[in-house]
Design a binder for this molecule. Structure first.
Ligand SMILES: Cc1cc2nc3c(=O)[nH]c(=O)nc-3n(C[C@H](O)[C@H](O)[C@H](O)COP(=O)(O)OP(=O)(O)OC[C@H]3O[C@@H](n4cnc5c(N)ncnc54)[C@H](O)[C@@H]3O)c2cc1C
Length: 325
């Protein structure tokens, strides 16, 4: 006998959990499947009736004593163990920071189908193949997928689906024993996040630096310009994540700014970065490569070596006593 289609919902965000249950139960109503909810981590106020009325047929409760809330690996290991035991057709994961960390790692480990930013999905009840439409490039386009693996993991962000209360429903509550997590990495030290000063999002002038700045010592030059403009320094992702010069970056996965003027220095203009600065009123860019993509996104483009341009600009500002209005 072929097992029926099972939709498994997991989200560490309780509101999103309900929305995903709502969407899963709509699809289950069409394909004849069941909807399950996986609870990982502490859920002291869980009201199982609420989950049942949002669409859950089954609720898997787990022991959370092995989970470290700061350490995604422990959640990922528990999630993988749950998927191995439940073997859902579709695991629908809430698009939170934790969800985006866990879901692709679990998919890789289980050789499951995977897509993020799901906008809709369906399951063929006979073949159990899953189709999904997902947002790509921050909403610039969509991709259509067909998955043939036994498990498909889809990540969906808040605001895409919603739950409708289905009164008088009840759910079966099942205690699920998970394998003890064996994380592949270990946390050696916790450090508090360094404060970046005023919020970048509120900055009127932003000096945005990229890998064209070669050495950390060279930051003195850009700091001088930032001080003259009363601006804030910001950077591309590799400057923060690889070189660790700043605690945060601009872009798709970073902060988004909307200053009056954003000056980019040695930034190539990758779309993932441009998403963070494109709402600036004016973008002026300095890059030594005349074909750099950043020039397509800029109001002013300066083809120059920033190490020659910056001192000349600062000198000219001093000569003309230019200060920001
Ligand atoms: C899923 C995903 C998400 C991502 N999210 C982000 C994100 O949120 N934010 C982000 O920033 N990136 C993100 N990235 C990375 C992004 O794709 C680029 O790799 C990154 O933005 C490039 O950084 P960069 O411009 O500093 O470096 P590079 O691409 O190396 O560019 C350096 C530029 O400096 C110029 N240059 C070199 N020397 C000089 C000089 N002396 N004077 C003037 N110019 C010079 C070069 O011509 C070049 O254009 C993401 C990538 C992926 C795959």
């Amino acid at each position: 006998m072929t097992a029926s289609v099972e939709f498994l919902v997991f989200s560490d965000d309780p509101a999103l959990r309900l929305d995903l249950l709502g969407r899963a139960s709509q699809t289950a109503a069409k394909s004849g499947g069941t909807v399950s909810l996986l609870l990982l981590g502490p859920n002291p106020n869980d009201d199982f009736d609420v989950y049942a009325q949002a669409g859950a047929d089954k609720i898997y409760k787990t022991d959370s004593s092995n989970l470290d809330k700061y350490f995604a690996d422990t959640y990922t290991a528990a999630f993988i163990s749950a998927l191995e035991k439940i073997m859902p057709t579709v695991a629908l994961v809430g698009g939170t920071k934790r969800g985006f960390e866990m879901a692709p790692a679990a998919a890789e480990s289980l050789n499951a189908g995977y897509a993020s930013w799901a906008l809709d999905f369906d399951v063929d009840p006979t073949t159990k193949q899953v189709t999904a439409n997902c947002m790509i490039y921050s909403g610039v386009g969509t991709s259509a997928y067909l998955f043939k693996q036994p498990i498909t993991i889809l990540v969906a962000a808040a605001g895409k689906f919603s739950a409708e209360a289905q009164p008088n429903r009840t759910a079966e509550v099942i205690e699920l024993q998970l394998d003890a997590p064996s994380p592949v990495s270990e946390i050696l030290e916790y450090k508090p996040k360094a404060e970046a000063g005023a919020r970048l999002e509120d900055a009127v002038f932003v000096i945005d630096i990229g890998q064209g700045i070669k050495l950390k010592e060279d930051l003195g030059l850009v700091e001088e310009l930032a001080a003259k403009l009363h601006g804030q320094l910001a950077c591309t992702r590799p400057i923060a994540s690889d070189r660790d010069w700043f605690p945060e970056w601009l872009g798709l996965s970073g902060a988004k700014v909307h200053p009056r003027l954003c000056i980019t220095l040695g930034v190539s203009g990758a779309i993932q970065h441009v998403i963070g600065i494109r709402d600036s009123k004016v973008i002026a860019s300095v890059n030594s490569d005349e074909n750099a993509g950043i020039f397509m996104q800029s109001d002013y483009g300066i083809v120059a070596d920033l190490y020659e341009f910056l001192p000349a600009l600062i000198k000219r500002m001093e000569e003309r006593e230019i200060t920001p209005a």
